[in-house]
Design a protein. Structure first.
Length: 88
């Protein structure tokens, strides 16, 4: 992101929400006078992705488990139960 010219601040960088979260983990935040929220670009979304939903199915009606490669796939979105893999 570039400098925030609209608010009169030329030297301070406008931080994205993700940058702010990362900085909170690492160290104390410096004062920030503005935050810009914008839609993510298709390229940025591809960088964040972990998999691809290829089937419209959601939950298996017999096992009540998420369908593989479906809308609730554990391989893509993470396990249903914490600290438990989908294999058992």
């Amino acid at each position: 992101m570039g400098p925030a010219h609209d608010s009169g601040i030329v030297n301070q960088e406008v931080l994205s929400v993700v940058d702010l979260m990362d900085r909170q983990k690492d160290k104390k935040l410096t004062k920030c006078s503005s935050i810009r929220i914008q839609l993510a670009s298709p390229e940025k979304i591809m960088q964040w992705s972990f998999g691809e939903v290829t089937k419209p199915e959601t939950i298996n009606s017999r096992t009540f488990k998420p369908e593989r490669d479906g809308l609730f796939c554990e391989r893509i979105f993470g396990p249903v139960k914490d600290w438990e893999c989908n294999c058992g």
